[in-house]
Design a protein around this ligand. Structure first.
Ligand code: URA
Length: 238
């Protein structure tokens, strides 16, 4: 049994908040009775739920691992007509959305789904999903800074949690250092701000791992479906 508004949003009717509004407006019937109570529990497999007289259909769930290119915006629509992640999913007919977001200039692994329940679980701050980024910066970076990044950095919105930082090498040719950093939080522009705190401009930022998922076999701008096992493992992650 689940709360009515949760079942509605999981079916893709509307967001949780908008579903609550539909209930309050008396537009939802369960087994023939208008329900206005927000906490009402329903069984999506047995109860007959009508929204404005239309039967709620259980939408099949879709899960995609997308390799977002740089310059693409993580939003469902952009008023300025810029390229969004949705432009890459035009041939998929069900409405999907991103689990969290990557900055316009960040590339890499982004999960896309219509499973609101899983998205909520993964984005909940207590979940602390590991996210690994490959970071390219100009010049050398001393060990003391690497250690400080790992220990925690005081940003405007507070101290960052401990992170794992790996030095991947310095390229004489480009003059760039490559690092990998694994963070467990998902604050706005977090990785860029952590490096900016020490005066380093991030030249390239790419998310290479999310939980146990990697970009392996997925080219820039392409996506693949998650396997059933991967979806189950995400539900059970940590
Ligand atoms: N950290 C950033 O700075 N940008 C992202 O897109 C993700 C993490």
């Amino acid at each position: 049994m689940d709360r009515l508004q949760k079942v509605m949003s999981n079916c893709g009717v509307a967001s949780r908040r908008a579903s609550e509004q539909l209930i309050l407006e008396g537009r939802v019937r369960v087994n023939g009775v208008v329900i206005r109570e927000l906490g009402t529990k329903v069984d999506p497999d047995k109860d007959i739920i009508l929204v404005d007289g239309n039967r709620l259909e259980m939408q099949p769930k879709h899960y995609y691992l997308f390799n977002k290119p740089k310059g693409v915006i993580t939003t469902s629509s952009d008023e300025q007509g810029r390229t969004t992640v949705m432009d890459y999913f035009k041939k998929e007919k069900d409405r999907i959305y991103a689990v969290g977001r990557l900055d316009q200039n960040t590339e890499g692994l982004l999960l896309m789904t219509n499973d609101g329940e899983l998205a909520n679980i993964l984005m909940h701050p207590s979940k602390m999903v590991d996210k690994t980024y490959e970071v390219k910066i100009k010049g050398h970076i001393p060990n003391t800074v690497l250690q400080a990044l790992a220990d925690g950095v005081e940003l405007d919105d507070g101290m960052t949690a401990p992170a794992d930082v790996y030095y991947n090498g310095f390229d004489q040719h480009t003059g760039q250092t490559t690092l990998e950093i694994t963070i467990h939080e998902g604050r706005n522009r977090q990785v860029r701000r952590m490096f900016e705190h020490f005066g380093y401009q991030v030249y390239n930022l790419r998310r290479i791992q999310y939980a146990f998922l990697t970009l392996s076999g997925v080219k820039r701008g392409a996506y693949r479906r998650l396997t059933k096992e991967e979806v189950t493992a995400l539900y059970e992650y940590k």
